[in-house]
Design a protein around this ligand. Structure first.
Ligand code: GTP
Ligand code: MG
Length: 208
């Protein structure tokens, strides 16, 4: 039905590449190195009976790549904004990442906040409650995830995709707007054409 452009953003070492790997390959990426610039992955998912292809851009968190990664933000429909629950520093940078996403991608970008490394609970520096307040104040969805165990990884991507679909259905998001980050697939194009062709063959009222 659709193709959605997604971003994975957040500070270096929070587990962005591991989250993407877990989502696409269904396993934990051992020995993950810092991402150089941007990496790419895609997966087809079923959301509420509709087939959607997620085109996902995994960006480097290191400051030195910021100018490169920023150039990929344009026209993203959704984003996973990732911090590490065992690192307050990565949590403190969230506001800056969010500002970038909303100014460079789109003010309407659908963002899900992911508190990753949920499996390292004993080393936690950021509470669930604190992060959920931040999410609420900034109109973000929120989940704690673990790229290691796979907990909530699929849910994070699907939740974001589902919200985008709902916004398309309600008219809040227009896939035809330039830079919406949404493209029609064959199935939705067929549906879009249907009413017009039905109109063309519909019998005309005779007026009597
Ligand atoms: N325990 C645990 N470790 C994780 C998890 N996710 C990632 N890691 C580890 O965290 C480190 C960084 O993971 P990456 O996925 O490379 O981090 P990144 O956010 O892509 O980093 P940059 O590409 O530099 O921005 C690696 O050593 C991973 O093994 C997780 O859910 N749990
Ligand atoms: Mg990475």
């Amino acid at each position: 039905y659709f193709l959605f452009k997604f971003l994975v953003i957040g500070s270096a070492g929070t587990g962005k590449s591991c989250l993407l790997h877990q989502f696409i390959e269904n396993k934990f990426k051992q020995d993950s190195n810092h991402t150089i610039g941007v990496e790419f992955g895609s997966r087809v998912v079923n959301v509420g009976g509709k087939t959607v292809k997620l085109q996902i851009w995994d960006t480097a968190g290191q400051e030195r790549f910021r100018s490169v990664t920023r150039s990929y933000y344009r026209g993203a429909a959704g984003a996973l904004l990732v911090y590490d629950i065992t690192s307050r520093e990565t949590y403190n940078s969230l506001a800056a990442w969010l500002t970038d996403a909303r100014t460079l991608a789109s003010p309407n970008i659908v963002v899900i906040l992911c508190g990753n490394k949920k499996d390292l609970d004993p080393e936690r520096e950021v509470t669930f409650l604190e992060a959920s307040r931040f999410a609420q104040e900034n109109e973000l969805m929120f989940l704690e995830t673990s790229a290691l165990t796979g907990e909530n990884v699929e849910e994070a991507f699907l939740k974001c995709a589902r919200t985008i679909l709902n916004k398309i259905d309600s008219g809040e998001l227009d896939p035809e707007r330039m830079g919406s980050g949404i493209q029609y697939g064959d199935a939705s194009l067929r549906q879009l054409r249907q009413p017009r062709s039905a109109q063309a063959v519909a019998p005309q009222p005779c007026g009597c």
